[in-house]
Design a protein around this ligand. Structure first.
Ligand code: SAH
Ligand code: SF4
Ligand code: F3S
Length: 474
């Protein structure tokens, strides 16, 4: 049994991360384990987790498991979890209740948990005391050991916890089963060293480890050959790419090299304002295939709160960066993340946040109420803002955010935009959905033959969250 350790998870060395290219191993015995069996995988959290789940699927299918979307018929239930806010936890524990019920009816079912929650001491302690009926828990650092962890659970019939709290390595040979045939996630870095005072990620994902450029560029080139139209470069702080390596190859260089592969669309998330260099902005502006869309988390507009959060920028320096982006990358859309109710946030502080929203008029924003994460510095700060106040602030903020989102979308009415049509829309089989270069969701009534193509679409109707359009034939 290896249980997570918060103190260890916090420590950082200046050692360069180790790249392991043969660490994922699957032998013939492991290939037998899933024969005739079904797995059900549920994913919570950010794009990184979505992508990890694409790795998990490939590993399970290497073991000859097949996927089911119906938990009731599964032989293996795996929850890939997120720890960012308390409600993420609650959802998972709620779901485990359903899994327990199924297991009581079908005792052979294996139930496991992985992802960021697995890296938390509080969670694993709770599982060890209240969820002993579960079969296995493994963390983000040993994702590639899934086959071995599963094998052990099947043999030993008792709860097996294998979570490492190290800085982490880079494992290069994990297989992937991508959800889309047209757009792909690509990890360019793992972990985070920013330690914003409210955030659990540096503890759950380990030290910042940039993948070496050869592996990334090779992955993009393979995707181009396979007909992929879009890649999204993933990391908690993509702008800090390369800062942990000694070769002076930074995000602006990587972005340029990825653009030069000729892939039709390049995206990247998430950009911490701290590491956004002018050179990077110039590269974004120079290449047509780097999409004019930037997710630029603000968190708060108050300098006092930003300092307490450890974000290392001020309201003014954020706005300066925002203006540079808007000037150098014309028509680019910008979205953000905002936290309300950080410990001690006053009405004045909150007004500063509203002020930035009024200035930046974001295309969209993800807004959250502060959630104390055990082990982070902010969890120990005095928090005298009542939940009612926090909820009122969130409501007010959302109203403003929605207003600007709609105003920005309105500008698209009767214009023609390029949309990568990804598949059928929730609206029905005769409607396709896709995103503009600026990341606006568009629904188009069109034949399925257009799936996987980029089309000129004329926008006919605009809503707060999406738009409707028609394909413009040339
Ligand atoms: N790496 C990204 C953020 C990843 S987490 C960045 O630095 O911008 C996604 C978002 O969740 C954050 O931007 C933040 O707005 C929110 N978040 C993180 N920790 C939180 C907490 N403890 N309570 C509430 N929201 C939080
Ligand atoms: Fe969390 Fe800050 Fe790292 Fe983003 S930069 S993942 S908010 S610690
Ligand atoms: Fe959640 Fe972990 Fe992502 S905490 S937001 S799944 S990095």
């Amino acid at each position: 049994m290896l249980i997570p350790n918060l103190k260890e998870a916090k420590t950082r060395s200046n050692k360069e991360s180790i790249v392991k290219a043969n660490e994922y191993i699957i032998n013939n015995d492991l290939k037998e384990l899933g024969k005739g069996k079904l797995y059900f995988l549920k994913t919570y959290g950010c794009q990184m987790n979505e992508h990890d789940s694409e790795n998990i699927k490939a590993m399970l299918e290497d073991m000859n498991f097949s996927e089911t979307k119906d938990m009731e018929e599964a032989d293996l239930i795996l929850l890939n979890t997120c720890a960012i806010r308390e409600n993420a936890h609650n959802k998972v524990f709620g779901y485990l209740g359903r899994a327990k019920n199924l297991k009581s009816r079908k005792p052979g079912v294996l139930v496991g948990l992985c992802g960021c929650m697995a890296q938390e001491e509080v969670v694993v302690n709770k599982i060890l005391s209240e969820y002993k009926w579960m079969d296995f828990v493994f963390g983000t650092h040993n994702l590639h050991k899934l086959p071995q962890v599963l094998e052990k659970s099947i043999k030993e019939h008792k709860l097996n916890v294998e979570v490492l709290s190290c800085e982490g390595d880079i494992i290069e040979n994990i297989p992937v089963k991508r959800d889309s045939k047209f757009k792909a996630w690509i990890n360019i870095m793992y972990g985070c060293d920013k330690f914003c005072t409210y955030c659990i990620v540096p503890y759950t994902r380990g030290k910042q480890r940039s993948r070496r450029k050869e592996y990334i560029l090779n992955e993009v080139e393979e995707l181009v050959k396979d007909g992929y139209k879009e890649v999204t470069l993933l990391g908690q702080n993509v702008n800090a790419y390369g800062k942990d390596l000694n070769d002076n190859y930074k995000m602006e260089n990587l972005l340029e090299d990825v653009a030069k592969t000729g892939i039709e669309r390049v995206r990247f998330v998430t950009s911490h304002p701290w590491d956004f260099t002018d050179n990077m902005i110039d590269v974004i502006a120079k290449y047509d295939n780097i999409m004019p869309y930037i997710h630029l988390p603000l968190q708060s507009g108050s300098d006092r709160i930003l300092k307490l959060m450890g974000r290392r920028y001020t309201k003014d320096s954020y706005l300066e960066l925002y203006n540079k982006l808007k000037t150098k990358v014309p028509n680019c859309s910008i979205t953000t993340d905002i936290i309300v109710g950080f410990p001690g946030e006053t009405e004045e502080d909150f007004k500063e946040t509203l002020d930035v929203v009024n200035t930046c008029k974001y295309d969209g924003a993800y807004t959250f109420i502060f959630s104390a994460r055990e082990g982070t510095p902010a969890a120990k700060m005095k928090d005298d803002v009542t939940l009612e106040e926090k909820e009122q602030r969130l409501f007010k903020l959302n109203e403003l955010v929605n207003k600007y989102s709609k105003e920005n979308n309105d500008k698209y009415l009767d214009t023609t935009v390029k949309v990568l049509l990804e598949g059928t829309s929730e609206k029905g089989e005769d409607t396709l959905m896709g995103y503009t270069e600026t990341m606006k969701l568009v629904n188009v009534k069109a034949d399925k033959k257009y799936i996987g193509t980029i089309q000129n679409v004329k926008i006919k109707e605009v809503k707060t969250w999406s738009m409707d359009g028609i394909i413009e034939e040339d």
